[in-house]
Design a protein around this ligand. Structure first.
Ligand SMILES: Nc1ncnc2c1ncn2[C@@H]1O[C@H](COP(=O)(O)OP(=O)(O)O)[C@@H](O)[C@H]1O
Ligand SMILES: [Mg+2]
Length: 446
């Protein structure tokens, strides 16, 4: 660094070919070329002073024009004193103009100075680059060490300023948080206004926590904060909570928000299903799974059915710790048939026909979706809101809408005759020949 500081200017240009890279006083050639490129003023003054002295002509001037370049001008009164070595170039009304080999030389230097300067700067710069390249490994190791220190210091700083706690990360499978907060939303809200919440997940007891509650209640926020805390804890950071115990997760799977991939021709629903398929394929009992409104991308009936089946599979087959948010409150019935499903909801209160979000996660499922209320909050026209309530009342009374039911894309096929045939095989009482014959029969059936 000391070497670079000596050689380079404080703020070098982006490109070496712009020049002005090398610091003044570092290299003689560079300094001289810069002076010359600037018109060689010092040299000219020096030559002028010397020629005045040598010739004894005090009014002798060194000048420049485009035609001759540098020349010496002498007024008529002093022509007799002109030295013999001067080469006369032009006679003017007031005197004569001369050049000397020295001036011609200077002129050439001035004209080429710019080029020489750039070349020399590039050469010197390259030398610096080579010197740096030799220690590149040390430089990047130092950079990495600094980056690590910076990241740790930042985490420590946030932890100290925002009252984080030191989590316990162990080999168990329980994830338990007390008064957990969302690290980002908490910081965006006025201090103290974020409502902290607890969370407990345990593959043996509360494995799948189903979070219901109207839109805007705070479901997504709650789930994301749990995932972020697990992640923070596992990278060794303090976490935004009063207390936290995290049985190490092998992976955190999330299916949140719909970052559409329409440019690639995928619909929101397709993306959602593909991600869900990935999760179901890869999650283990040690994973943490966050599913936000799975099934939202399609019609209500499809959506509820898919959400329901996905939740069942996570419970029955995978056993991963799961937070499952849905505004389909029908799903709360899942807890009746599945022992490790818990219902929680994000509390809202109705106050004088207004809906108030309490942001508090409480035991038990939501029994009402409040969608119409949220729509009203958002400013949908009065007539539309009133009409929605009317339709909803009728639907809740068991009425059918003409065209809500979607046809399934994949009709369930009738069982193939091959299946029946295979089911009836008695392998123990079969000769190899009969087996071959059967195989041929089966082949004929498909
Ligand atoms: N615990 C909380 N304390 C304070 N505000 C919250 C809390 N949780 C959520 N919010 C606010 O509510 C908004 C909606 O929350 P979100 O999680 O998106 O709701 P949902 O997923 O239920 O529709 C958030 O943008 C946030 O500003
Ligand atoms: Mg949400």
């Amino acid at each position: 660094a000391a070497r670079l500081a000596k050689a380079l200017v404080d703020e070098p240009p982006y490109l070496v070919k712009d020049g002005g890279v090398i610091r003044e006083g570092y290299d003689k050639t560079v300094d001289e070329c810069r002076r010359l490129a600037d018109g060689g003023k010092d040299e000219i003054l020096a030559i002028e002073a010397r020629e005045q002295k040598d010739s004894g002509i005090a009014t002798l001037k060194v000048r420049y024009n485009r035609v001759f370049g540098y020349y010496i001008e002498i007024t008529k009164t002093h022509l007799a004193k002109v030295p013999a070595r001067y080469i006369r170039k032009q006679t003017i009304a007031t005197g004569e103009r001369y050049v000397t080999p020295e001036l011609a030389e200077l002129e050439k230097k001035v004209l080429t100075a710019e080029e020489t300067l750039l070349a020399r700067e590039a050469e010197l710069f390259k030398a610096e680059v080579m010197a740096v390249a030799e220690v590149a490994a040390q430089v990047s190791a130092a950079g990495a060490a600094l980056a690590l220190a910076d990241a740790c210091a930042s985490l420590a700083d946030v932890a100290a300023r925002r009252g984080y706690c030191r989590p316990v990360v162990d080999d168990g499978l329980v994830l338990e948080l007390t008064d957990a907060r969302h690290p980002v939303i908490e910081a965006m809200l006025p201090s103290g206004s974020f409502v902290p919440n607890d969370c407990r997940l345990d593959p043996d007891a509360e494995q799948l926590v189903l979070i219901t509650g109207p839109n805007m209640a705070g479901k997504s926020t709650y789930m994301r904060q749990v995932a972020q805390i697990a992640l923070l804890a596992q990278i060794g950071s303090f976490v935004p909570a009063k207390a936290a115990q995290i049985g190490v997760c092998d992976r955190v799977f999330t299916r949140v928000g719909a970052a559409d991939n329409l440019s690639r021709g995928d619909s929101t629903f397709m993306v959602e299903m593909r991600e869900t398929a990935q999760i179901l394929g890869k999650a283990t009992r040690r994973s943490l799974v966050i599913l936000d409104e799975v099934g939202r991308g399609t019609s209500t009936f499809d959506g509820v059915s898919i959400a329901w089946a996905v939740a069942e599979h996570l419970h029955d087959a995978i056993g991963a710790r799961t937070l499952f948010a849905t505004h389909y409150h029908e799903l709360v019935a899942l807890a009746d048939s599945r022992p490790r499903v818990r219902n929680v909801s994000v509390a809202v209160r109705e106050h004088k026909n207004e809906i108030v979000f309490l942001r508090r996660v409480v035991p038990g499922g939501a029994n009402k979706s409040y969608g119409v209320d949220v729509a009203r909050l958002a400013g949908l026209p009065k007539q539309v809101i009133a009409r929605s309530r009317e339709i909803m009342t009728r639907l809740e009374g068991g009425a059918q809408l003409g065209s809500t039911t979607q046809l399934s894309l994949l009709p369930t096929a009738a069982p193939s005759p091959v299946v029946g045939k295979i089911a009836s095989i008695d392998i123990n009482n079969m000769t190899p020949l009969e087996a071959l014959k059967l195989l041929a029969d089966l082949k004929a059936l498909v």
